[in-house]
Design a protein around this ligand. Structure first.
Ligand code: ADP
Length: 165
């Protein structure tokens, strides 16, 4: 019998910081694919709140319970080239709003042209999470608001520490 190839998806993002919305997509993606690679995209033109190491350390703790989720980062390369390196056949992305749709549609078509063998798979946000983004979390936490129902307590702690500095 032919050996079954593992279905691997790359879930790329800034994760600055990781939110309940990201974790929801990862959890659901891990049920669909044999393996999900959560890949922090390092964008040198953006000034992030958390360093790559901080994001890796935090996500490592948050993703420990998933046996088929791996964690990584990539920089100075195209997402599709990175996905090929990881032998992924899918790019996993989340969709919240019409604005997300427009941006994601463009990216998905560009990626398809660059790497026709890789499919972009979209997951609709879950109820109660459609308003949730890393920038909203930063805004709320920077002004002393609570991170409840937005981010895990570990993320709330590290982001609060950052804003105190
Ligand atoms: P990027 O800068 O690449 O958009 P983000 O970390 O903001 O990185 O988001 C990574 C992915 O997670 C994107 O596909 C985004 O649409 C998705 N995502 C973020 N928050 C949510 C949410 N609340 N519900 C569903 N998808 C989400």
């Amino acid at each position: 019998m032919a050996k079954k190839t593992k279905k691997i998806a790359v879930y790329p993002g800034s994760f600055d910081p990781p939110t309940d919305g990201h974790l929801n997509i990862i959890e659901r993606g891990a049920k669909l694919f044999d393996e999900v690679v959560v890949a922090i995209a390092v964008n040198s033109s953006k000034k992030p709140l958390l360093t790559i190491q901080e994001r890796l350390d935090t996500l490592k703790v948050l993703l420990k319970k998933h046996r088929n989720v791996r964690l990584d980062f990539f920089e100075n390369k195209l997402l599709v080239h990175y996905a090929r390196e990881k032998k992924a056949t899918a790019i996993l992305r989340g969709l919240r709003t019409v604005q997300d749709y427009e941006y994601e549609f463009q990216m998905a078509l560009a990626n398809k042209q660059l790497a026709p063998e890789i499919e972009t798979v979209f997951m609709m946000t879950d109820s109660g999470l459609s308003h949730l983004s890393s920038s909203l979390v930063k805004e709320i936490l920077s002004l002393g608001g609570s991170g409840k129902n937005l981010v895990p307590p570990l993320v709330e702690k590290i982001v609060h520490q950052k804003f105190k500095k």
